[in-house]
Design a protein around this ligand. Structure first.
Ligand code: DGJ
Length: 725
């Protein structure tokens, strides 16, 4: 059994493969007792008793030991003496916001329920277990159900919260976090992924301090700037050692994550929907379910944390039938033609691509309405027959005849003010009447909080997908949400808009991905602006960044790998000088870097040299031989581009027969010393051979001596492919 209730000591034990999470009681309140390496029994629960000297803290007169302000609380709410940041805050009909949520009941069930309307980790009936603890505020009839699930073969715990109004009056929820854990100690770094467009997900580590440290998004989507991932890592944590407590949000909208340290060195670590500008009216009989947080504990540093997320996301999050399948090598026309193309140009690109082994031709922005620049036509989802005289189906047939699959770009959540759709429905965009409708890239956001809009768009996209033989969709989204408001909602529900937008989007995605299970969907948001577990549920790969410069990509992909597997990262070879950073890197390096993700091209094959074309062809062949290991094996980060010039990543297949090592450097080191990349997880006595390079070494040597290299030239790279003999 994975979840056990110890009746005698009144403790809940939540066990994963190698970790344990324990919670217990202080009278009727739930307190957090332990999260860490597997233990069968907690030695004592004394540490959940507040220190007597902290007597200023308020307490329940009936139970003076309930000094909740000093206790490690399991799900802190406002009104029962805990004055630190609550996970839940609600305003009742009488205007007050004091609650007192006490334990009522619990149940442990097989499997893992689906969260209604939300993406979440999946488990079969016999693949996991769920603990539901019900708390209630007896004065108002509001109940909170805390949900914890574990999977038999994974090291993750998922958490979410369900609120039900069993009272007789409406209430307004203005803060509902999905997970909050009080951990003793503050000797941790708060590790998060920050960035911006074309510089996504750099790793930052900041020591905890007394007070609060938070990351968030208020942009209506998860965004480029901060990813909904955070971990607390012991100060000495490395890739292979140290304790790491991580949370990642299965949600693509506004989020908040933080670490608050109190004066007694207790750290409250939390994650959930951003309370900023959020409110939810809950009428009697209604329920609200919070999105899910995936929690991982690792006692072997960042590496094990990442591998745990990768396994769970590939196998239990992505619901696409492509999740565990090799994906096609693609070519995308965007950086070659932008919107200036016609059928002939696209077919020419596809012909050249077919010659070198590309498997999928993707037609990007510009195929619909009158879209010749980015100032019109979003929302008018019909093919431009000036550019495509035989329509999408005619083009798809020509591409298919070359032996390639055909893929198409959409930006379904947007509308251009210059579009038939906007002229017909000017109130179908996110806006506040009488206020400016600020444009981003000349476009407005469609109001997905409005069911009618969602149905219209689902229908429009579905018609196109039925019209031609389309095997792949790139689902783009290119602006922040501003002037957030919905004409479909009353004045009492305007602050629900951003979350309802996400629920609407998830409903559209659920419908389309169910209706078209044979289409591979890739998500995109000006590159990697919505790289989160919520989108991964529907679409198993994401366009990682609009920056394909090999040097910058080493960092972007390295940072992204903290939570997300290589199988989820779209990575293409693009032209030089790179159009984002104006840097010229060798063709081979661009290929090698892109092989760390879903490999593709985003350049004009007609304009590259014969030598480069040969490298592209060889690159595709090589990639096809190693993609299973890179995407579905175990990843070990050996050298970080955030620590120096080198990036080294090892991937080892689950059956341990193939080992792929990528090594790349940025600037050369004149007369530099040898460096050694020491591999991990090999069999010491087995012999590993890289035939192409003529290297044959034992596992022991590769792990202890390592692969020796120097970096005498700027932006060089190497890929080693070892087969176990
Ligand atoms: C932003 C994406 O990130 C690009 O790859 C491209 O699809 C453009 N949008 C098209 O408008």
């Amino acid at each position: 059994m994975s979840i056990i209730f110890d009746e005698e000591n009144k403790l809940f034990y939540i066990h994963t493969k190698s970790t344990t999470y324990v919670l217990g009681f202080m009278h009727e309140y739930l307190v957090h007792c332990y999260w860490g390496k597997s233990i069968k029994k907690l030695p004592c629960t004394d540490f959940a008793v507040p220190h007597k000297s902290r007597s200023q803290s308020p307490y329940n007169p009936e139970h003076p030991e309930c000094q909740n302000d000093n206790l490690p609380m399991e799900y802190p709410t406002f009104g029962s003496s805990d004055l630190r940041s609550p996970a839940f805050h609600v305003i009742y009909a009488d205007g007050t916001s004091v609650s007192d949520f006490c334990y009522v009941s619990h149940e442990i069930t097989a499997g893992k329920p689906k969260l209604e309307g939300l993406p979440c980790i999946r488990a079969s009936e016999d693949g996991g277990e769920t603990l539901k603890i019900c708390l209630a505020d007896e004065k108002t009839g509001l109940t909170l159900s805390l949900l914890y699930s574990v999977l038999n073969d994974k090291d993750i715990i998922t958490r979410s919260v369900e609120v039900e109004n069993r009272g007789t009056n409406d209430v307004r929820i203005d803060r509902i976090l999905s997970a909050s854990v009080d951990i003793y100690g503050m000797d941790f770094d708060f590790v998060t992924l920050h960035g911006t467009s074309i510089r996504e997900r750099s790793v930052q580590k900041n020591p905890l301090f007394f007070g609060s440290q938070t990351i968030d998004s208020k942009r209506g989507y998860s965004g480029h700037r901060l990813n909904p991932f955070a971990c607390l890592a012991s100060k000495n944590a490395t890739e292979t050692s140290g304790e790491v407590y991580a949370m990642n949000f299965v949600y693509s909208g506004n989020f908040l994550a933080g670490a608050d340290v109190d004066p007694f060195k207790m750290t409250r670590f939390y994650m959930g929907i951003n309370p900023f500008d959020f409110e939810w009216k809950l009428c009697p009989g209604e329920k609200f379910v919070s999105p899910e947080v995936v929690m991982v504990y690792s006692d072997e540093g960042y590496g094990k944390m990442s591998r745990t997320f990768h396994d769970a996301y590939r196998e239990n999050l992505c619901r696409s039938k492509f999740a565990l399948k090799p994906r096609p090598v693609l070519i995308n026309n965007w950086e070659t033609t932008a919107m200036d193309f016609d059928e002939e140009k696209i077919v020419d690109i596809a012909k050249k691509a077919a010659e070198i082994g590309v498997e999928l031709m993707v037609l990007d922005d510009g195929w619909f309405g009158n879209r010749n620049s980015d100032n019109c036509s979003l929302g008018d989802w019909y093919a431009d027959t000036n550019k495509l005289p035989s329509g999408l189906s005619g083009l798809a047939k020509k591409i298919n005849a070359l032996g390639l699959e055909f893929g198409l770009w959409f930006e379904p959540e947007m509308v251009s003010p210059d579009s038939d759709l906007y002229r017909m429905h000017p109130d179908w965009c996110i806006h506040v009447p009488g206020r400016i409708r600020s444009e981003g890239r000349n476009q407005l956001i469609l109001d997905f909080a409005n069911e009618e809009v969602c149905d219209y768009i689902t229908d429009a996209v579905s018609k196109i997908l039925c019209e031609a033989n389309i095997s792949y969709v790139k689902w783009d989204m290119n602006r922040n949400m501003s002037e957030t408001g919905s004409s479909a909602l009353g004045s009492d529900r305007q602050r629900e808009t951003a979350h309802r937008y996400m629920l609407g989007l998830y409903r559209v995605l659920e419908t389309l991905t169910t209706q078209f299970p044979d289409i591979l969907f890739e998500s995109c948001a000006s590159g990697g602006g919505r790289f989160d577990a919520g989108m991964l549920y529907y679409m198993p790969q994401v366009w990682t960044s609009d920056n394909s410069d090999a040097g910058q990509r080493m960092k972007i992909q390295y940072g992204t790998s903290f939570a997300y597997p290589a199988s989820s990262m779209g990575a293409h070879v693009s032209a030089v000088p790179n159009h984002q950073v104006f840097r010229t890197t060798p063709f081979k390096t661009r290929c090698d870097v892109a092989m760390n993700g879903q490999f593709g091209f985003e350049l004009d094959l007609a304009k590259i040299s014969d030598e480069e074309l040969k490298l592209a062809k060889e690159g595709i062949e090589k990639y096809k031989s190693l993609r299973d290991t890179v995407h579905f094996g175990d990843m070990y980060r050996l050298m970080s581009p955030f620590d120096g010039n080198d990036s080294v990543i090892e991937y080892i297949s689950k059956d341990k027969k193939q080992v792929v090592v990528f090594r790349g450097n940025t600037l050369a080191e004149p007369y530099g010393a040898y460096k050694f990349a020491k591999l991990c997880a090999l069999e010491p006595d087995a012999v590993y051979e890289d035939c192409e390079k003529g290297i044959s070494m034992t596992g022991e040597a590769l792990m202890n001596v390592g692969i020796a290299f120097m970096s005498p030239k700027d932006f060089e790279s190497e890929i080693y492919v070892f087969e176990k003999k």
